[in-house]
Design a protein. Structure first.
Length: 404
């Protein structure tokens, strides 16, 4: 490796960090369910939009992973940023379920382009630089990028949208579009790290090895399902949480401040993930967080039905939501230590495929139940936590050697 290339590769991490940060601007998120209601969408239809997102991501997951492995990580990440720009443009002008569904579908495709590809680029950059032992720190810090702007954007967003008017929603969407445009420019400056092996070997082995993990490595499949199940335990209440807490008496400003504090905590946690883990067992750390999450979900559920104080409920909701997100950097380390470089994006994307398969029935069920009582989303959350604790614990302590 030449000195010039090495210096350029060293800039990959900072560029990818800011790409992820700007693509996660998402000013609209803090009032998203209220925005949907304002555009004439029902609570059930909000969940149905989630199904459309999952189907679009499911259909494009494998094609996007091929793009990353064969066309290039950089180009696929640029496509991710470009599609996010299109998504925000559609949302600015969408006035009914059909156009919002189109926008959500494009978002699902964009997400498929980014997931797996971004972490693969970070990992392979570190590997080419000979710094593979620092991947937990790098992946943890990379994940913190999604929280950086959200430390203060929710607060700014609720100040801008204090009256929840149509114009105020448009301003938030315009800011999100601007953030994605910056992300696209930054993505164009990334340097592609080495990751390809002999073309013949890639063609013969890329999908064979990826499916081998799903079919034969039960411990890895268990870890994937464990991660995704608990993710949906927080995602399902998140879909309508703004509307839920506004309806029980919280101000949108209080919601925004609380959400900003959550992202500050997550940013610091991800940034120092390697130090937090220390010499502790990775899989025991993941299991322990799941146990605490499930206990917190039970407490939240009891409070909702017997002591529905808006402030207490929201604080508990933030705590539970944050606990699930704590596990993210450790799962990244778990998976990336076990995949070959040349098909890393494909393998990680296959785990995202399982994500979408799990999402479709869960979100459909949630859409049906929320029409009866919005509190049922918290019941689903607790049940999913119980499933993880009782049936999906990561029991086998795997070594760090690659399994494919």
């Amino acid at each position: 490796m030449t000195k010039n290339r090495r210096e350029k590769l060293k800039k990959n991490f900072s560029r990818m960090f800011w790409v992820k940060a700007f693509l996660n601007f998402r000013f609209i998120n803090i009032v998203l369910s209220i925005f949907y209601i304002h555009r004439g969408i029902t609570l059930s239809e909000i969940f149905y939009l989630g199904v459309i997102w999952a189907v679009a991501g499911l259909l494009f997951e494998v094609p996007s992973s091929y793009l990353a492995d064969r066309w290039g990580r950089k180009k696929t990440i640029m496509l991710w940023a470009l599609l996010m720009c299109v998504h925000w443009l559609i949302y600015i002008f969408a006035s009914n379920f059909l156009w919002l569904a189109i926008g959500v579908a494009i978002y699902g495709i964009a997400h498929a382009c980014g997931t797996g590809t971004d972490e693969a680029l970070v990992y392979d950059t570190e590997r080419e630089l000979g710094q593979e032992k620092n991947t937990l720190q790098k992946l943890g810090r990379y994940k913190s990028a999604r929280n950086l702007f959200k430390i203060f954007t929710p607060i700014i967003a609720v100040i801008i949208a204090k009256d929840l008017s149509a114009l105020q929603f448009q301003i938030l969407l315009g800011i999100d579009l601007f953030g994605s445009l910056i992300g696209l420019v930054l993505a164009s400056r990334i340097i592609e790290p080495h990751h390809k092996m002999d073309v013949e070997e890639v063609e013969a082995g890329v999908m064979r090895d990826a499916w081998k993990i799903i079919k034969t490595k039960k411990s890895v499949v268990r870890a994937i399902v464990n991660q995704e199940t608990l993710f949906f335990a927080v995602f399902i209440p998140w879909v309508i949480f703004q509307k839920f807490f506004v309806d029980i008496g919280l101000t949108i400003l209080f919601i925004g401040i609380g959400w900003g504090i959550r992202h500050l905590v997550l940013f610091l946690w991800s940034w120092y993930a390697q130090r937090i883990l220390g010499k502790n067992s990775l899989y025991k750390f993941i299991n322990g967080l799941a146990d605490i999450f499930t206990l917190g979900s039970l407490i939240l559920l009891v409070l909702i039905f017997i002591f529905p104080n808006a402030i207490v409920l929201y604080v508990m909701f933030l705590v539970v939501n944050t606990l699930e997100s704590f596990r993210g950097p450790f799962f990244s380390e778990f998976f990336h230590k076990r995949f070959r470089s040349y098909n890393r994006a494909t393998t990680v994307s296959l785990s995202n495929l399982l994500h979408n398969v799990i999402e479709i029935p869960l979100v459909l069920l949630s859409g049906l139940l929320v029409a009866l009582d919005s509190r049922f989303v918290f019941v689903i959350s607790f049940v999913l936590g119980i499933i993880v604790v009782l049936f999906l614990r990561i029991k086998e302590k795997l070594s760090n050697r690659q399994i494919v």
